[in-house]
Design a protein around this ligand. Structure first.
Ligand SMILES: [Zn+2]
Length: 446
């Protein structure tokens, strides 16, 4: 099916913000406090589909501008509040915040919404079929410069709308599994007799198959948000594609919203997916042969159906959720640049680490492309019942790879700004902060 709409025909409208208006009083379970305290939240979704042709992010070789839209891009906001503590989680159908745009957007949001640095998780699903963000007036395309400025305004409006919709909620979580992510570090022997690691498919390589799902509902049980986290790149579509799309994760979000309905939103996060591609990868476009299900749609549907399966199985919910958060800019060992003398001390490289918890659900946001082994290490050492590892969060420092992969090399290692010891330091620091954010007053009902 051809669901495309060319730019010239796209409806140019005022920003459509979907707000799930939540009631201010309920007749919920006995755990609920009668005065309306306890966990509160508001949600909002805003359309961020480019209205003009734009340069697209993710493949250096792709030239020219986008020529249409397969599926719309959105930003989705969940604004948590517990007493005077707040946590704003923003999921965007974008590649990430490169070229200083993380700092640009975060500064504007923190100032306008009056948040502390640790209270904002600004994240992207890493679709490679979305616009490039830029604030570079010399090199950036004018349409992308305009898009990035508009995005800032839309994000602030959406966060304000979520804040305005604040009301008591209950929250629960569950875990499922999905096989669509494939380790992409393939050992091939076509370039040297000893073989080399290239971007491809390593079907027996490690992947994190967990699909983590967080359900947020009104106190009358009506679902307002289904957050989910899964580790895959948004690279089912390759550099030959010039049509705007959320790729696998974006299509999964749209599937979940369509199935669950009722105006609920499905903000997604890319887990530790630095070395994980979708099973079908870097395809030239949406295959429209009769009878064929385009691969991004197929894989997005498989992921979306698992999210819905898990969502429908979540029974235990809590109406309390203590919020704590911390933000650190980690200074990590960097790699010497090519050609540097061997005795020259390695440069350092920084990484934004944001750790937060809402009740017994934790979020570890990293401003980098984190390889999947690192995410699994953090999850397995976390003291929380559910720990969502989120990449492309609050920064864009490049690849962060575990030390043992530096021996075999490959694309992620070559392009990483970090030295081999950096990943362990990040894992240890994230786990330490997760413990620090615990306290004796945790009162999550199960
Ligand atoms: Zn990537």
């Amino acid at each position: 099916m051809n669901g495309r709409a060319v730019f010239s025909n796209r409806r140019i409208a005022l920003i459509a913000v979907t707000i799930a208006a939540l009631p201010c009083c309920t007749t919920a379970s006995g755990r609920q406090k009668q005065d309306g305290t306890g966990l509160r939240a508001g949600v909002a979704r805003v359309d961020i589909t480019p209205e003009k042709p734009v340069t697209m992010a993710g493949y250096a070789g792709r030239k020219g501008l986008s020529n249409g839209v397969h599926d719309p891009l959105s930003a989705r906001v969940v604004f948590f509040e517990d007493g005077d503590r707040r946590l704003v989680v923003v999921s965007t159908d974008l590649i990430g915040f490169y070229g200083g745009t993380a700092e640009y957007l975060r500064k504007a949001i923190l100032e306008e919404v009056k948040l502390q640095p640790s209270e904002l998780l600004l994240t992207a699903i890493h679709t490679h079929s979305g616009p490039s963000l830029t604030i570079d007036k010399q090199k950036g395309h004018k349409n992308n410069l305009e898009y990035t400025g508009t995005l800032k305004d839309r994000l602030i409006r959406a966060i304000r709308s979520a804040s305005d919709a604040m009301a008591p909620v209950s929250m629960g979580a569950g875990t499922g599994y999905c096989p669509i992510g494939a380790n992409r570090r393939e050992l091939r022997f076509d370039r040297s007799p000893n073989g080399s690691i290239v971007l491809g498919r390593s079907p027996y390589g490690p992947t994190d198959k967990q699909v983590q799902v967080v359900k947020l509902a009104k106190r009358d049980g009506t679902t307002v948000a289904v957050m989910f986290d899964y580790a895959t790149h948004g690279t089912c579509l390759g550099g030959g594609n010039v049509t705007i799309s959320g790729d696998v994760i974006g299509l999964a979000e749209q599937f979940v919203e369509k199935i669950i309905g009722g105006g609920s939103i499905a903000p997604a996060f890319a887990g530790a997916s630095g070395n994980i591609d979708p099973w079908f990868r870097v395809l030239p476009g949406f295959n429209e042969e009769p009878g064929w299900i385009p691969e991004p749609v197929l894989l997005g549907t498989v992921l979306g159906e698992e999210v819905v399966h898990v969502f429908r199985g979540i029974k235990a919910v809590s109406t309390s959720g203590r919020i704590r958060s911390a933000f650190e800019m980690l200074n990590l060992p960097g790699k010497p640049t090519d050609g540097a003398a061997a005795d020259k001390p390695p440069q350092s490289a920084s990484l934004a680490l944001t750790v937060a918890r809402v009740g017994n659900i934790a979020f570890v946001g990293m401003g980098a492309e984190v390889l999947t082994e690192i995410g699994m290490a953090i999850k397995s050492a976390s003291p929380y019942e559910h720990t969502l590892v989120i990449t492309h969060c609050n920064g864009a420092a490049g690849y962060l790879a575990p030390e043992h992969l530096y021996v075999e090399g490959g694309y992620e290692i070559r392009s990483s700004p970090f030295g081999p010891k950096a990943a362990d330091m990040v894992v240890k620091r994230a786990v330490k902060i997760l413990h620090d954010l615990q306290d004796s007053e945790t009162s999550v009902a199960r």
